[in-house]
Design a binder for this molecule. Structure first.
Ligand SMILES: CC(C)(COP(=O)(O)OP(=O)(O)OC[C@H]1O[C@@H](n2cnc3c(N)ncnc32)[C@H](O)[C@@H]1OP(=O)(O)O)[C@@H](O)C(=O)NCCC(=O)NCCS
Length: 166
């Protein structure tokens, strides 16, 4: 599949929202339970315009956004400013074609110039695809928070993965 990785723009709002809302509805990839509306998604994008937290998208040759990845603050306290948490979501129809890996690699390549020194990924322990992707790109398991989450009426364990940069 042919696609380009580029920074997200406000025009990408609805694509990003659709991909994320599908994950909210169908999976424990995110422990959000309420779908995002357009206003919330637009506001989120303005906070991920690259100063310092970026959002990348993968655009196919028809102009369709097949996936996105972003960095967000790991913790709002100033002493954590060198740490960021990552997100990566690929449209279910486009998974398994290298897009998630390309998006996550773009985040890793871009982060040092934003003075981000370490990236944290919080991954539900049943999300084997995401664990495998993160391990492939050098993230290491730090620990697992047991039954820290709940979704679809069951407990969710969340593993903390981390990748140091530079
Ligand atoms: C996890 C996700 C981002 C991977 O993106 P993708 O485009 O499907 O993955 P890629 O094709 O780039 O694959 C890259 C690597 O990821 C891993 N991977 C991807 N799909 C996998 C699967 N179904 N099972 C196991 N490992 C998988 C493999 O290590 C793969 O490397 P390989 O091809 O050399 O085996 C994607 O499946 C997704 O969006 N899932 C739902 C949302 C989600 O879980 N986001 C992460 C929240 S923490």
């Amino acid at each position: 599949m042919s696609f380009v990785i580029r920074f997200a723009t406000i025009e990408d709002t609805e694509f990003i929202r659709a991909i994320y809302n599908n994950a909210i509805k169908t999976s424990t990839a995110t422990l959000e339970t309420e779908e995002r509306d357009s206003t919330t998604q637009r506001h989120w994008l303005t906070q991920h315009s690259g100063d310092p937290y970026p959002c990348f998208v993968a655009e196919d040759r028809d102009g369709i956004i097949a996936g996105w990845a972003a960095l967000s603050p790991y913790n709002a306290k100033p002493g954590y400013r060198g740490a960021a948490e990552n997100s990566v979501y690929v449209d279910t129809r486009a998974q398994g074609k290298g897009i998630g890996e390309a998006l996550l690699q773009a985040l890793l390549d871009d982060a040092p110039q934003r003075h981000i020194r370490t990236i944290v990924a919080l991954i539900s322990t049943d999300n084997l695809a995401s664990i495998s992707l993160h391990e492939k790109l050098g993230f290491r398991l730090v620990g697992t928070l047991e039954r820290v989450g709940e979704k679809f009426g069951r407990d969710v364990d969340v593993s903390i993965f981390q990748r140091h940069l530079g």
